[in-house]
Design a protein around this ligand. Sequence first.
Ligand code: FMN
Length: 201
Amino acid sequence: MKKLFVSILTMLMLVSWSDGDNVTENNNHTSISSEWKEINPKEIDVNAVKMFADDWMILSAGKESDMNMMTIAWGGLGELWSKPVITVYVSTSRYTYKYMEENEYFTVTSFPKEYNDKLIYLGTVSGRNEDKVKGSGLTTEFTELGNPIYKEANLAIECKKIYSHQFDKDKIPAGQRQWYDNSKTGLHVMYVGEIVHVWKK
Ligand SMILES: Cc1cc2nc3c(=O)[nH]c(=O)nc-3n(C[C@H](O)[C@H](O)[C@H](O)COP(=O)(O)O)c2cc1C
């Protein structure tokens, strides 16, 4: 009887220790700077239309050993399948497209106005031709999941890809279809990412 009691007690202690470990693992993002404060997706208090269309954001995918990033103005924040999500649109002609396809996660970061020149650089130069991390002068930090965010950013959203689909050319309005033909930009792929972490400064 005493033996059984000791075994049950040991099992309970093991379960409670392992729960404790998980809590630490989920909340202790030691790899990013302590200036970041983790918030709930519902606490993102920005105008999403303005954040994308006027201020732009940086979309990044990959890991420390191999990553790429680019400026985006097309996107949205909301909910899908009862999950908080961010949606971004990446043309197949972007080098970042390869990283979006090959990686399970991506991040979206926004920056104070004084970094506008960096966003213009990241939106006009391709990672195919140069090292954009170096060229931008931004400081990368890597989340516990190994995804890139930037020390200079003021909002960082880490997402897990849960859906992607390329635009169907026949369903694009005539004017925009013409734009694709003229610019020879590859059709965009819509990526929906479940928001798994949000940090703000
Ligand atoms: C303000 C701005 C917004 C942009 N928004 C998008 C976008 O939403 N989707 C996209 O595919 N390209 C967008 N681009 C274009 C890419 O950022 C650009 O082609 C970039 O150089 C691609 O880099 P990469 O080849 O290293 O991926 C935008 C560019 C700028 C300047």
